[in-house]
Ligand binder design. Structure first.
Ligand SMILES: [Zn+2]
Length: 191
């Protein structure tokens, strides 16, 4: 695609946005992430932002955070729009033991409870694909329902597998297992 065409496409995008609802002029990544976090579906998030689903979808896809649910199954109709998530403090107090781990992790960082780095080794390099640090929310006592703040910490993948891997019997995907085998063979051949 030529630069000229790219610029032209971007101009069209800007026109598109200004034609949309006023609130939609700045569909920053943070705003879309916020809306996704506040609601239960991509459509709900678009509605919360007051913009058309197509506009929302375009930006969410551009930022790589568009994750539609397989279907609307499981979401009660009355709940599809603008559901307020529970306060983190209530989650820490144990009122929401089954709260989404990924959302909790994201909110711990976004709401300033945790620094976005490994609490063990300090690893904090951002992934180019989504500009976030690859970290895992770890429950120190291995109990995923114990969401007390004292029981939570962020670990990088290395530290997580070293510190918890064998104890939790983490299921390693086949591709990783294949990779480990290859690495294992490499070292056994050398020695
Ligand atoms: Zn680490």
């Amino acid at each position: 695609m030529s630069l000229c065409h790219t610029l032209w496409t971007q101009t069209i995008d800007i026109v598109d946005v200004s034609n949309c609802h006023k609130e939609c002029k700045m569909l920053a990544k943070s705003k879309i992430e916020w809306a996704i976090n506040e609601t239960l579906s991509m459509k709900g998030a678009a509605r919360l932002l007051g913009c058309s689903y197509n506009t929302f979808k375009k930006y969410a896809k551009m930022y790589g955070i568009f994750e539609p649910l397989p279907s609307n199954a499981g979401i009660p109709k009355s709940n599809r729009v603008g559901v307020k998530p529970p306060e983190l403090q209530a989650i820490f107090n144990g009122e929401h033991p089954s709260y989404s781990q990924s959302k909790l992790q994201e909110r711990l960082i976004r709401e300033g409870y945790c620094v976005e780095e490994c609490s063990n080794c300090g690893y904090n390099e951002m992934r180019a694909s989504d500009l976030s640090v690859p970290l895992i929310l770890d429950y120190m006592d291995d109990d995923g329902t114990n969401k007390s703040f004292d029981n939570l910490r962020l670990l990088c993948y290395n530290c997580f597998y070293i510190m918890k891997g064998s104890r939790l019997k983490v299921d390693i995907p086949k591709s990783v297992r294949g990779f480990q085998k290859a690495v294992g063979n490499l070292f056994s051949n050398e020695s």
